[in-house]
Every structure is written in structure tokens, then in C-alpha cells.
Design a protein around this ligand. Structure first.
Ligand code: XIL
Length: 381
């Protein structure tokens, strides 16, 4: 028998540990009466944003949790412009192809996220060779090429697309992005039109955060009405659902769902998580470029979430799902922005390096009290 190196020994030990952890977690899940997707079967599909480690199977525990608990997936980053189309004539579909294959293997509702956004989009998209803004015609041509190529590649396989992400700001006006400045408001209608041409069967969504606040909601309602009046195909609106313990109120959320449903679009929660940590200030929304300074005070649960807070979080989730359940006839999907607390983006946003607890499974993949609470609500009519 050959001697194994300390690295090999470490790797082997780690694999065995992970395997053990998997078994423990599998048993833990088996003890749960139901899975999330079973509990909400017939009401709405239950999704999760997945990262590359999960959909490629490298994170075996994560992949297993996704496959057992959820019946829809959204790619956390793999289909964003910078991931699939990093350079002018270079598309890179390796990760995205694996993402779609994972969803098909598990018979899931596969979502595309996102086609037109001001973040995670390379600078070259808006510039010519000398670094100046491109013309409106050129930018529309690039947008069309991107949408036609990406949506076309997964035609009939990706069920719905977040076509435009976050075009409106808190006061209800349009975000002064390069898309808006170079093309004008029409960029939104054009994005939907190109997506519809590329896959006429695909569902097409407008996706944004904080639409529970009235000024922003009014802006989004006006936009959807205008698109519909122009004959543009828009199937649904995605409320991202990056929520806090005390925001939005249940009343705010309920009327937001109702008002969008009245426009004749499907309503879905597309990026649900509940931030369990202190908020820097009220402007801390989900705009990913907005960051605040770290301090110990803002990171109070490094050693674990106290029992009392687990319960607060569970109650909050129960209240949120009670609203979704009540509005089930208007809602097609509730998607969480991640699977376990370990890989949630909220450990790094809006303050880097904190320990956050926003999801239903803890850092080792074990069900939290919040999961039990969400399952319990599913039992209500
Ligand atoms: C986030 C991802 O979770 C991070 O991994 C990435 O670094 C930044 O983007 N609104 C959206 C999502 O529509 O795409 C964002 O995802 C979170 C806010």
C-alpha cells in the first residue's frame, strides 16, 4: 500500500466528514413531515436561487437540498450578462448549460435571470472603441443580439425570464442607467419585444425590489400599464422579496400583490430572504452597489442566532407565507434567494463579512424553526 500524502489524507477525511454530514442532514430532512415543494403543491411552485457549486453538484449537500425541497430554480449569477457574454464576440455558456441541465434532470421550473440590468453588465456594452457612449442604434443592436442569442439558446427549456431588472428607483422614477440615458424609456419595451421574438412561449417578467413602498409601486404599475397599452407581452411581475424583520408590513405586502394582480399579470416572489441583522439605515435596499462600513455592533450574532431570534425569524416567515397563501390564486411562484445561510449573499451585503441568518436551512443544511413555520402555514386552506 502506498503512503498517502497529508493533502490526500486531509481530502479523504474531509470527504468522509461531508458524507457523514450529508447522512445526518438527510435523516434530519426525512424526519420533516413534508418537503417545501410538497407542502405548497397546488398553490405555487417553490424555488431557490442556485450557485455553480450547487448546480454542478460540487456542493453535494446543497445539490441534494435543492433537488429534494424545491421545484423551481433561478441562477444566482450564471445567466447575468457578465457571466454569459463577457466580451463583445464571446459568449460563454458552460455554466448556464449545466444550470439548465440540472433543472431538467430534476424536472423543475427553470427561470432565466436576468437579461437587461445596470449591474453585472460589462462596461464595453455601453462604449465604443474610444470609451465614449455608443449610439442608441448600436446599443439596441447589442441588446437584441444578446437577448436573441441567450433566450434563443434555451428556447422551450427556460420557462420564464426576468427580462428587465430594477429599472425604477425609490421615488418611482426611472433609474438613470446607461440603458435609460442612451436608449430612453423605450429600452424596456424593446427588451420585452426582443425576448418575445426569441421565444414566443416564454413567460416574461419585470423584476424589482422594494415595490411594497408606495412611490416605487406607483412607478412600476404605470410602467406595466404602459407596456400593456403598447401591446407588449409581459406575463408577470417579480417582487424580489429582500425583506427585513420589520419591513414591509403585512398590509403593505398584501396590497402590493393585489394591486399588481389587478393589472392582469402573474405575481411572484423571486428573491426571498429575511435579513436578521441590524440595518445600517433606511436607504439600505437591495441595490447591490450600495455598501456600508463594518462594525462589531452591526454583526451581533457571529457565534450563532439566539433562540429568541430564531423564533422572531420563524414568526416573520409564518406571517409572510400567510400572505402568499391567502393570495395563492394570483401567485405562481415563491423563490428563495439561496438555500442555506452559509452561502447567502446577505453575509456580504450591504456590509461585508457579517454572519447572517436569512433562509430556512442553517449553515450545515439543517432545517431551522423558520422552515417548520413555513410548512405549518401550508396546511391552512
Ligand atoms: C446578487 C448575488 O446574490 C450575488 O452573488 C452577486 O454578487 C450580486 O448579485 N437583486 C438581484 C440579484 O436581482 O441578481 C442580486 O444577486 C441580488 C439583488
Amino acid at each position: 500500500m502506498r503512503n498517502i500524502s497529508s493533502k490526500e489524507y486531509y481530502n479523504t477525511t474531509m470527504s468522509m466528514l461531508l458524507l457523514g454530514l450529508n447522512l445526518v442532514t438527510t435523516v434530519g430532512i426525512a424526519q420533516q413531515k413534508q418537503t417545501l415543494k410538497e407542502a405548497y403543491n397546488g398553490k405555487f411552485v417553490i424555488g431557490a436561487a442556485v450557485n455553480e457549486a450547487q448546480f454542478s453538484g460540487r456542493d453535494t449537500l446543497g445539490a441534494m437540498l435543492v433537488a429534494t425541497q424545491f421545484n423551481s430554480i433561478t441562477p444566482e449569477n450564471a445567466l447575468k450578462w457578465q457571466s454569459v457574454h463577457p466580451k463583445p464576440n464571446q459568449y460563454n455558456f458552460e455554466a448556464a448549460d449545466r444550470y439548465v441541465a440540472f433543472g431538467e434532470k430534476n424536472h423543475m421550473t427553470i427561470i432565466g435571470h436576468t437579461l437587461v440590468w445596470h449591474n453585472q453588465t460589462p462596461r464595453w456594452v455601453f462604449q465604443d472603441d474610444s470609451g465614449k457612449d455608443v449610439s442608441k442604434e448600436k446599443l439596441l443592436e447589442r441588446m437584441r443580439d444578446h437577448i436573441t442569442t441567450v433566450v434563443g439558446r434555451y428556447k422551450g427549456r427556460i420557462k420564464g425570464w426576468d427580462v428587465v431588472n430594477e429599472a425604477i428607483i425609490d421615488d418611482g422614477s426611472f433609474n438613470q442607467s446607461k440603458w435609460l440615458k442612451i436608449i430612453g424609456e423605450e429600452f424596456i419595451a424593446k427588451a420585452f419585444q426582443f425576448a418575445h421574438e426569441a421565444d414566443p412561449q416564454a413567460e416574461l417578467y419585470y423584476n424589482d425590489f422594494s415595490m411594497e413602498n408606495i412611490p416605487k409601486r406607483m412607478g412600476a404599475i404605470a410602467l406595466i400599464k404602459k407596456l400593456k397599452a403598447q401591446g407588449i407581452t409581459i406575463t408577470g411581475v417579480g417582487l424580489q422579496g429582500h425583506f427585513q424583520l420589520d419591513w414591509p408590513s403585512i398590509g403593505q405586502l398584501d396590497s402590493t400583490i393585489t394591486e399588481f394582480a389587478q393589472l392582469g399579470v402573474k405575481v411572484m416572489i423571486t428573491e426571498l430572504d429575511v435579513d436578521a441583522l441590524p440595518q445600517p439605515d433606511w436607504t439600505a435596499t437591495a441595490e447591490i452597489t450600495k455598501r456600508f462600513q463594518y462594525s462589531e455592533k452591526m454583526d451581533p450574532y457571529k457565534a450563532g442566532l439566539p433562540d429568541s431570534m430564531q423564533q422572531v425569524l420563524a414568526n416573520r416567515y409564518a406571517d409572510l407565507f400567510a400572505v402568499f397563501n391567502k393570495n395563492k390564486k394570483h401567485m405562481s411562484r415563491v423563490t428563495f434567494w439561496g438555500v442555506t445561510d452559509r452561502e447567502s449573499w446577505l453575509n456580504g451585503f450591504p456590509i461585508r463579512g457579517r454572519t447572517n441568518y436569512p433562509l430556512l436551512f442553517d449553515r450545515t443544511g439543517k432545517p431551522k424553526r423558520a422552515l417548520e413555520a413555513v410548512l405549518k402555514v401550508a396546511g391552512n386552506p
